[in-house]
Design a protein around this ligand. Structure first.
Ligand code: ZN
Length: 263
C-alpha cells in the first residue's frame, strides 16, 4: 500500500553521528537499505560507508578534544542546504518505471511554489529520480549527485513528499514542539522501529505553526506492528499523513525556508 512505501525497515539498527546545520552533532539511528543509511523510513543520509566515516571522524575529534589536543573542524557535509535561485536541476534514471508519478509531482510543486525544477545540463549539484526500495530522499541540497528513490509502490503523493525533503523540509512531527500536538504510542510500533519516533531529527527551526495537514507528517499507522495507531493528534479527530498535495502550511514553510535563501 502506497502509504507504507515511505516506512520501509531494515533488519539492523545502527547509530551514527551526523552534523546537522544549526544544531551541532547528533546521534542518529538508521537502517541500511541498498548500501545507504536511511532514517525515519525515508530520509537518505548517504552511502553507509560515508556516513560511518564521517561518524568516526566526529568521534575521533571529540576524543581529541577531551584529551586536550587542539582540534580543527572536520569537513562534514551538513544535512541541510537550500537550492540557489530556488532551482533544482534533475535527471531521470532511464529505468525508472511510471515516470508520470514524478512529472506530476514536479508539476504540483511548480503550481504551488516558486521552486523550479529544470533538466540538468552541466550543474554540479543535482537530483536523480531512480527506482529502488521504498521511497526516500536526502534533506536539502547535498554536494554533487543526490537521489530521490521511488519504489514500485510510491505514488505521485509520495513523490511530492520526497521532493519536500529534497528542497529542505523535515518530517512535520520532528518539530521541537511536536509533543504538544501529537501523542506517540510506542507500544504499537514494530519492535526495533521505535527510533523513528523518539529522535527529533531536524535542525531546530520550526517554520510556522504545527500543521496536521502537512504532506510531511507521518500517517497515524506509520511503522505500526498491526495497523493500530502509532501517532495521534492531541486535538480533535484531525486526519494526519495525507499524501495528496502540499498543504497551505507546507507552501508557507517553503516560502519561509527560501525567503533568506543563500546562494
Ligand atoms: Zn519522509
Amino acid at each position: 500500500m502506497a502509504d507504507n512505501a515511505e516506512f520501509v525497515s531494515g533488519t539492523q539498527v545502527k547509530t551514527a553521528f551526523v552534523k546537522i546545520h544549526g544544531a551541532g552533532v547528533r546521534p542518529v539511528l538508521y537502517v541500511e537499505i541498498d548500501g545507504r543509511a536511511r532514517a525515519e523510513g525515508c530520509l537518505d543520509l548517504g552511502p553507509t560507508q560515508e556516513v560511518e566515516a564521517t561518524s568516526r571522524q566526529i568521534r575521533e575529534n571529540a576524543a581529541a578534544t577531551v584529551a586536550g589536543f587542539q582540534t580543527f573542524g572536520v569537513g562534514i557535509k551538513e544535512l541541510r542546504f537550500r537550492w540557489p535561485d530556488k532551482t533544482v536541476p534533475y535527471t531521470i534514471a532511464p529505468n525508472l518505471p511510471n515516470q508520470n508519478r514524478m512529472t506530476d509531482a514536479i508539476a504540483h510543486w511548480h503550481e504551488k511554489t516558486k521552486i523550479k525544477f529544470v533538466q540538468r545540463t552541466d550543474q554540479d549539484d543535482f537530483v536523480t529520480f531512480r527506482p529502488g526500495s521504498g521511497c526516500s530522499s536526502s534533506v536539502g541540497r547535498q554536494e554533487g549527485q543526490q537521489f530521490v528513490t521511488l519504489g514500485p509502490d510510491c505514488t505521485t503523493g509520495n513523490c511530492i513528499h520526497e521532493i519536500g525533503h529534497t528542497v529542505g523540509l523535515w518530517h512535520e512531527q520532528s518539530r521541537r514542539d511536536r509533543d504538544l500536538f501529537v501523542r506517540v504510542h510506542l507500544e504499537n510500533v514494530m519492535p526495533g522501529m521505535e527510533h523513528n519516533f523518539t529522535q527529533h531529527l531536524n535542525d531546530g527551526i520550526d517554520l510556522g505553526t504545527y500543521d496536521y495537514a502537512s504532506i510531511m507528517h507521518y500517517p497515524k499507522n506509520a511503522f505500526s506492528k498491526d495497523g493500530s495507531a502509532t501517532i495521534e493528534p492531541v486535538f480533535g479527530q484531525t486526519e494526519i499523513g495525507q499524501r495528496l498535495g502540499l498543504s497551505a502550511g507546507d507552501i508557507k514553510a517553503v516560502e519561509e525556508l527560501y525567503k533568506a535563501a543563500a546562494t
